[in-house]
Structures are given as C-alpha cells and as structure tokens.
Design a protein around this ligand. Structure first.
Ligand code: GLC
Ligand code: CA
Length: 533
C-alpha cells in the first residue's frame, strides 16, 4: 500500500484568486482576501489550496501570461501578502500550491522583450523561432489551442515564433538548457518561501518536436475533442522527451528538506495510455496527473467506472489517482454533471470524495455553485472572442465566491453601494455559504461531513477500490474492508446489494444512521456511504 502523504490523504481546493475574497474593496479578489477566508477552509477540512496564477501579468489570459515568475500581481497584493497567506494557512494545517506556467510567458516578459531585439539576442533561444515555410507562411501546420495558426510572424527579424495559446503567450523552448535552469530557479525561489508545490500548466505541452514536424490529421474515431481540432497533437506537444523535464523537477522536489513539494500536472490528454506515463515509474515524475478523460465524462457510471477501473489497473506501484469535476477552464460540476438537479450535484460530490485518490474541489463546489449565465459578447475571457463559440466563455465558472446574500456577496465590501465585482455574481440567494452553514441539510454540510468521514476512516483514504455489482445507472464500490459507496445516477429507483452495515452518510441526510440488512433502495440521484459504524 502507498505510504501516507498529506496530499494523498487530504482534500485539495482550487482558488481563483480574483474571485475568492476582495480585502481592499476594488472589486477584485486578492491574497489578503484569501487569508481572511482561511477559517472557512479549515472548518471545511481542507488540507491544501492551489491558487491560479498569482504572478505579475498583463492579464491577456488572466494570469496565464506571466511577465515575472518571481513576484506577485499588484492587483492581488505583494510578496509579503503571499508570505502571510502561507504562514496563516500553515497555522491551520493548510498547504499552499501555486500555478507554474512553464509552457509560455507573456510577450511582456523581459526574456521575450529581449528576444525580439534580434536573432542574436541573449534570450532569443528561450523561445521557439523558425523560418517561414519554403513558399512563405507559417513553418508548419500546428494550431493554437485558442484557434488559428500557432505561429506569429515577427517582421523585424523575419522569423515566426510559436504560440500554442494567444500570440501574446510565446512558447518557451525547452530544448534550451539555460531555460531549464532558469525555471529550476523559479521552483527553488517559491519552495524557499514555503510553497508546498505546484500545479503545472499545460504540463503535457512544454517540449515540442525538435524537427517541428507537422501534426497528422485526426481520424474519425478519435476523442470528440481531437476530431473537433482536426489534428492529433503528437509533434506540437505530448513528446516523450517531456519526461526528462518531469524527472528533473521531481528530483529537484525530492532534494528539498522537509515534506517533499508536490507536483500536480495539468495533463490534458484524452486516453489513459497517454495519462499514466506522467507518473513515470510511480514515484519519479508527477505526484498527481489530472484526469481530463474523467472530467469530460457525463455523470454516468457506464462512462466513468471504466476510467476508474483502468486507472486502478494501469497505475504503477506508488502512483496515486486524482479526481476533479470542476475547474476554471472546463466549467463547474453542478452544471456539467448536476445539470441543475441538486441531487446529482450531491451525488457527484460524494463520488469525488469517496473514490481512491486525491479529490480537488473548486471554490464554490462546496455550496453546489453552478456556472453563472453570462453574455459571451461581453466576456473578459479572450477565448470565446477568438473561436466565436459562446460555449468557450470561461468567465461563467470564474465569478466571485458567494459568501452571503448581502449586496457585496460577502466577497467585497457590503453596504448599500458595494463595489462592482470584476465579474458579476451568480444567484446570491440561491447559493451562499452563510445560509448553508445554518442548514444542516445543505450541500455545504454534506461536503464537510464527507471530508470528516474521510479523515476518520482509513478505508476512505487508503483502502483499495473494488467495483461491486450494480443495476444499470448505479455505481457501487467498496473501499478497503469495511466501507461501501452506492450511487444511483439514473432517473429511476434502484435496489443495490452488498452494502450491508449502517448508512454513515446519505446524500439525503434523513438516511444517516439507517441500518442496511438487505437490498438498499435508492431514489434517483441518491447516494450513500455505508459500513461498520
Ligand atoms: C491552461 C490553463 C488555462 C490557460 C491555458 C494557457 O489550460 O488552465 O486557463 O488559458 O493553460 O495558459
Ligand atoms: Ca482587491
């Protein structure tokens, strides 16, 4: 069995810093606003937080365009504010993870500004430059993930630079050893300040084919996301040489005194054969690799269970799964999985917190917050404007945390004329922390009680996963020797077997404590954890 580590046993929580708490009343969330809300996270039972980028940035892609890796965005606060957040979180047993963006910088980063000055510039080779194709035009067929060619011509020097996202996010050249060392220093800088690890942005993409070969066309049987793109990204990203970099970072983390910092990859690949290698031999590459195949499933056991079983079978010794249902790109689980049905949202949260692996909650998941409907033509997110697809507006899952139903939502200053938040609130009355804290039947209390149950029961943390037989639309599994989880994700009543014991927690809290001696009836959308009390 894998040894206990805080990030294996714990529950992690993703915070979008602009949207958690606004301490200085300018309508933008900031680091001091997060510090002010740490008591909520401690009360909930959270062990670690991942902050979306906190670095100086022109915000073309809301922080994912970093102009200085070793500082804090002035809108979010100062280095001292971050030190204080880390210290205050530490006092509550909460670790802090930052978001490392090693694939690209902002075009305003000093390295790129220098690179633009000429072909011989000191930092030119920190980026991926190529001559035009023989007949003119971009060097190859690579596409930006934000639509259009991935190449931008820099006329003064006559070469194209690579940008797999916005043209103002030039890709770094990971074949350059100085660049590798410079990013090592970034890791060290933050580890020295007490950061407990990193989520690594577009981790699968950083190393490109050294020959810049064309990506091949997508076949009709590929994952729908790949068919939609039209190309299989086997040369522009997902290179085998990437694993050298991951081993380098893991070794760097392992050399630190104290708890080894944790590396969590945004490993955006869409089959398990590609995902599993991010764990290397088990303990020499990423600690955790986000599972986007699972994330993109419907809330349907026929889709999800094979992925969980596949991970159980394929993960090497020592590797550990990670499960999440919401994030700042792919939208919120209450909408994607719950589809407006609060019972399904509760069942989905029970699932995430009871699978074998580390769950990541996204701020607002604990109150069942759905996406906020917004007009895409007014989006602050650049992606929907570039693709023209209203579905690509990521603002809907980045709106401010809803702490209370007061005019400022508890997010920013209250009072009759609260500051306008940077993005509008969703329905404050329908979902807010203050009201749910008063209601023991709320989704907030369900999440808190599930987290507490995980802490109490070794079965739910380290116990082996085993699928049990279940009627169609239901998913039943055992954890360890003495705990079972039964979820009815269908719209019909079902009866499940093999879950004898006591209901430890039901999504319908009226069932807590119920004795289960034979088949257990579950209403549509209902879930229970049972076991020896
Ligand atoms: C990752 C981030 C996303 C960002 C992109 C480019 O996918 O999660 O928000 O736009 O990388 O950095
Ligand atoms: Ca602020």
């Amino acid at each position: 069995m894998a040894p206990a580590r805080w990030w294996r046993d714990g529950v992690l929580y993703q915070i979008y810093p602009r949207s958690f708490g606004d301490a200085n009343g300018d309508g933008i969330g900031d680091l001091r606003g997060i510090t002010a809300r740490l008591d909520h996270l401690e009360w909930l039972g959270i062990d670690g937080i991942w902050l979306n980028p906190t670095f100086p940035s022109p915000n073309d892609d809301w922080g994912y365009d970093v102009s200085d890796y070793n500082d804090v965005h002035p809108e979010l606060g100062t280095l001292e504010d971050l030190d204080e957040l880390i210290a205050e979180a530490g006092r509550r047993g909460i670790r802090v993870l930052l978001d490392l963006v090693p694939n690209h910088t902002s075009d305003r980063h000093a390295w790129f500004q220098d690179a633009l000055s000429g072909r011989e510039a000191r930092y030119r080779d920190y980026y991926v430059w190529a001559d035009p194709a023989p007949g003119g035009g971009p060097p190859n067929n690579w596409l930006s993930n934000f639509s259009g060619s991935a190449w931008t011509l820099h006329e003064p020097t006559g070469q194209y630079y690579l940008n797999q996202f916005l043209p103002s996010q030039p890709d770094l050249n990971w074949w350059n050893e100085d660049l590798r060392e410079a990013i090592d220093d970034v890791l060290g800088f933050w580890f020295d300040r007490g950061v407990a690890g990193f989520r690594i942005d577009v981790c699968h993409a950083i190393v490109k084919d050294s020959e810049l070969r064309d990506d091949p066309p997508a076949g009709p049987d590929e994952h729908p996301e790949i068919v939609k793109r039209g190309l299989k990204q086997v040369y522009s990203m997902n290179r085998p040489e990437l694993h050298d970099v991951l081993r380098r970072w893991r070794a760097l983390a392992a050399r630190r005194d104290g708890d080894e910092p944790v590396l969590v990859g945004e490993t955006y690949v869409l089959d398990l054969e590609q995902l599993v290698p991010f764990y290397g031999l088990g303990e020499d590459e990423l600690h955790l690799a986000f599972n986007f195949l699972f994330f993109h499933c419907d809330l349907d056991p026929a889709q999800m269970r094979p992925i969980v079983e596949g991970m159980e079978k394929m993960l090497p010794e020592g590797a550990w799964p990670v499960w999440t249902g919401s994030n700042h790109d792919g939208k919120r689980l209450a909408t994607r999985w719950g589809g407006g049905d609060p019972a399904l949202t509760r069942a989905a949260l029970m699932m995430l917190l009871c699978l074998r692996g580390t769950p990541f909650l996204y701020y607002g998941d604990e109150i069942g917050l759905p996406d906020t409907p917004l007009d895409p033509s007014k989006a602050l997110d650049p992606v929907t404007h570039r693709t023209g697809d209203p579905e690509d507006n990521r603002d809907v899952c980045r709106t401010p945390m809803q702490w209370s139903a007061e005019p400022g939502g508890g997010f920013t200053e209250n009072g009759p004329h609260p500051p306008t938040p940077w993005l509008p609130f969703g329905d404050l009355e329908a979902h807010n922390v203050a009201a749910q804290r008063e209601d023991p039947g709320s989704v907030l209390h369900l999440v808190r009680d599930l987290i507490a149950l995980r802490r109490e029961r070794q079965d739910l943390r380290g116990g082996a996963y085993e699928t049990l037989p279940a009627p169609e639309g239901a998913w039943v599994w055992r954890r360890g020797e003495g705990t079972a989880i039964a979820l009815n994700l269908s719209d019909a009543e079902v009866h499940v077997e093999g879950v004898e014991g006591t209901v430890l927690i039901g999504t319908d809290r009226a069932r807590d404590g119920e004795a289960v001696a034979g088949p257990l009836r579950l209403a549509p959308g209902e879930g229970v954890v049972t076991g020896r009390a």
